[in-house]
Structures are given as C-alpha cells and as structure tokens.
Design a binder for this molecule. Sequence first.
Ligand SMILES: Cc1cc2nc3c(=O)[nH]c(=O)nc-3n(C[C@H](O)[C@H](O)[C@H](O)COP(=O)(O)O)c2cc1C
Length: 186
Amino acid sequence: MKVLGISGSLRRNSYNTKLLRAAEELLPAVVEFELWDGLKAIPPYDEDDDVEPAPQPVAALRAAIREADVLLFATPEYNASVPGQLKNAIDWASRPPATSVLRNKPVVVIGASTGAFGAVWSQAELRKVLATAGARVVDAEVAVGHAHTKFDEDGQLVGEAIREQLVEVIETLLAELPASLLLEAV
Ligand SMILES: Cc1cc2nc3c(=O)[nH]c(=O)nc-3n(C[C@H](O)[C@H](O)[C@H](O)COP(=O)(O)O)c2cc1C
C-alpha cells in the first residue's frame, strides 16, 4: 500500500517538500510513503521523444506512479499557476491518454506558498490538469499561506491548525486505498 509524494518545487528547502514530509509523519505505519525525487531530471515534453522506450527519467516517473495507490501532490504557486516543471512532468505522465498511468489514479492536491492564500490558484489549476489527464481528484485541500512562518528550523509544522487540516486530508486519502489492502495490513 503506497503513497507517492510529488513536490512541485525543486528548491532544497522547499516548504512544499516539508509539507509532504509532515504528511508522511501522519500516515499509519502500514502505508509506505515515497517522496519522488526525479522532477529535475524530466526532459521538456516533445511529442517526437514520446516513443517507446521512453526517456529513462520519464519511464521511472511512470513506473513510480503505476506502483502507487495514491498520489499526494504539494504544489507551490508560480504566477498564479503550477510551476512549469511540474506541469511538464504531468504532461509526460498523461500520455498515451487511453492507457496513461494517471488514468483513474486517486490524487490529492495540497500546497504552500509564501503569499497569503497558500497556492489556492495553483492547486485549483493542478486539480484541473490532473482531472483532464483522467486522474480521480480527491476532494481535499490544505492551503499553507505565509509558508515561511509555518515551519520551524527542523522543518516541523508550527501550530495546530495546518496539522489538523493535514490529518483530515490523510483520512480522506486513506479512504481511497483499496479496503482489501487495508484489511491485509491489519
Ligand atoms: C517564479 C515565481 C513565481 C511566484 N508566484 C507566486 C504567486 O503567484 N503566488 C504566491 O503566493 N507566491 C508566489 N511565489 C512565491 C512562492 O510561493 C514561494 O517561492 C514558495 O516558497 C515556493 O514554494 P517552495 O518553498 O515549495 O519552493 C512565486 C515564486 C516564484 C519563484
């Protein structure tokens, strides 16, 4: 039973990556969590390159998504939208449309930004993109505004409000895991 965490930020001290780590800590031990670290290696999407075998970083991304039961995205907001490199990776993952690894995949989108609203526009755009790619977007949201004030030096979330929202999101996410898998793990 596996959750794949995908941060839309490449930054070493990314608040979105920290948010995923905070979410990981709230997952029950039976759930495996992998933080995908291949975003920077994904080449620019070019339909001429979208052939079999796929470029290695793309093949690795598609395999990681295929093996996950749920995807947990944490996205920053860049100019009111999704960071280009994240959108680019999703474009690769979305092909071929009929059999893509995103089709029917449960996905949860959360996000953090240093602005006041916690990447809500970017999250909305990301949900739209993922839904268009055929993913099953779960109705859940965590919007960490003023993110530079919400984590301590160890990367831990400061304050209870966001943690409580994260707990709710994790509960919603767990409900997406196949019941049979949860029963097997008990
Ligand atoms: C190119 C660029 C555009 C940005 N645009 C927005 C924006 O539209 N809204 C916002 O709240 N923050 C914006 N920011 C600030 C980000 O929220 C901030 O850099 C945040 O820390 C990025 O997430 P990360 O910590 O996970 O890297 C922008 C940052 C960059 C680099």
